[in-house]
Unconditional design. Structure first.
Length: 484
């Protein structure tokens, strides 16, 4: 069958409201970004609150509004395409997908840093062993790809288990923090929440915080696999958003109470904090089962982003702006297996490349920072779409009023732009400024330039195919994929 055969392209609606809430929690509330943020001190708590108000709330408005107007598979790709034209849709979807090629490997590395605690205190140093970290990260990636190819009906249980594990792990962390505070007080003072004299490292964390709050749009990327999306999505967005915001602030505060910001390890900070607090209250036995639970949570995070973002090249393949085989659906499991395999293969290459010459923690931070830039580009389109709809739309078919769309669009657009700019300031784990800036600017230009090249090449082929089908000549100029 061809890639465009309707029978082959049928996707199963297997995601209910509970599935979506758990998907949002596991996709949004990523404990792996908390240590790298908390390492910058108590001032990051204020950054969380600002980001929740000026970025997260507008994101919820954008997801509900755009999913209401443009339902279907593709999410950020579909929305930018409908509002701004084919090229902008492709660029939005491309950045969303390629960012996850960088982000999923960071999740694999975080899994390594946490899972060694399951083996006992004598094996924790394995997390800094490049060969061990590489083998475990690649093995987990392969397992998650196989589970997602088998289908969301199976893969969603990895996501759900991850969501439940995330909630329990966060509750344990916060519960221990409250116990420590009640018994022994805290060394954290008001001075720890002030802006430091040299805020250079704190600037990077604002972009990472915005990155940590994305995920509400993930379900809409799988729009054709949601049961009754018009009724299911708004409530799931609200519950998932509130739970994730509370968990982020609580986890950051607890980490600061338990561990000095100068001693936080970006890969092991959460388990490190739990081990420290558990020893104080005499429940040291809890560390290994906590690490096991958190490992399941991290696997769920990787599965959610791997499976969700693979739908982007699948839809782009259907639109003929990527190779047609990217739109292939597995004949038995009805999943976009070709896109999943390509995603995993590129992530594997990036993992291996970044281990050359860099330590595990620096590799984690470099890949995370570039992922932040690419991830936030689609959100520029999302918020700009709200502003355009607020100004130009006269159909009255939206979910929110024009005033709400304008406020959410402006707030989100400004905050996202600021988050992208600030992440180019290096985090404190970076040893070479020039190497970091070369990676950031070079990586951004490479991925955006590659998107333009692919759109030009496949756009011309699409135009030629359409012209042949209509029996007319083909203009030698580039296809008019962008709306004026």
């Amino acid at each position: 069958m061809s890639a465009n055969d309707p029978e082959q392209l049928h996707l199963k609606r297997v995601l209910g409201r509970a599935d979506l809430v758990l998907l949002f929690v596991v996709a949004i509330f990523n404990l792996n970004v908390v240590p790298s943020i908390a390492a910058n001190g108590g001032v990051t708590v204020w950054l969380w609150i600002v980001s929740l108000l000026l970025f997260f709330w507008p994101q919820g408005v954008a997801v509900i509004e755009l999913a209401h107007r443009y339902p279907g598979e593709g999410g950020v790709y579909l929305w930018a395409k409908e509002v701004f034209g084919d090229f902008h849709g492709f660029l939005s979807g491309w950045c969303y997908w390629t960012n996850n090629m960088l982000y999923v490997p960071t999740v694999m590395l975080y899994f390594v840093g946490v899972s060694v605690f399951v083996l006992g205190p004598n094996h924790q140093a394995l997390a800094d062993n490049k060969m061990f970290a590489l083998i475990v990260a690649l093995a987990l990636l392969i397992v998650l790809v196989v589970l997602n190819i088998v289908g969301l009906g199976v893969g969603k249980w990895v996501n759900n288990l991850g969501g439940i594990g995330t909630g329990i792990a966060a509750a344990t962390l916060i519960g221990l923090g409250v116990t420590i505070w009640l018994r022994f007080g805290t060394t954290v003072s008001a001075a720890d929440f002030r802006i430091p004299a040299n805020p250079r490292f704190v600037l990077n964390s604002f972009g990472v915080i915005c990155f940590g709050l994305v995920g509400l749009e993930l379900a809409s990327v799988m729009g054709d696999e949601i049961q009754d999306p018009q009724r299911t999505l708004p409530g799931a967005v609200a519950w998932g958003g509130v739970l994730s915001g509370l968990l982020y602030v609580g986890a950051t505060l607890t980490l600061l109470i338990a561990v000095s910001k100068d001693q936080i390890n970006v890969l092991q900070g959460i388990v490190q904090a739990v081990a420290h607090m558990a020893a104080q209250v005499g429940v040291g036995w809890i560390v290994a089962p906590f690490a096991l639970l958190l490992s399941f949570s991290i696997a769920g995070i990787g599965s959610a982003w791997l499976g969700g973002s693979a739908r982007i090249p699948f839809v782009a393949g259907l639109d003929s702006y990527m190779p047609a085989w990217m739109a292939k659906v597995h004949p038995r499991y009805a999943t976009p297996y070709a896109a999943l395999i390509v995603h995993a293969a590129v992530s594997m290459v990036l993992i291996v490349m970044n281990f050359v010459g860099a330590g595990v923690q620096e590799t984690f931070q470099k890949m995370l920072s570039l992922a932040v830039v690419l991830q936030l580009i689609p959100f520029l389109y999302m918020f700009a779409a709200l502003l355009k709809l607020a100004i130009n739309d006269s159909t009255g078919q939206g979910h929110y009023s024009k005033t709400t769309l304008a406020l959410a669009g402006m707030s989100g657009l400004v905050t996202t732009t600021l988050g992208i700019g600030l992440v180019f300031f290096p985090a404190q784990q970076i040893s070479s400024l020039w190497s970091y800036e070369l990676w950031m600017f070079g990586g951004t230009l490479f991925f955006v330039g590659l998107a333009a090249f692919l759109f030009h090449v496949y756009g011309r082929r699409k135009a030629q195919t359409q012209a042949i089908a209509l029996g007319v000549g083909v203009s030698p100029v580039r296809p008019s994929g962008v709306r004026q």
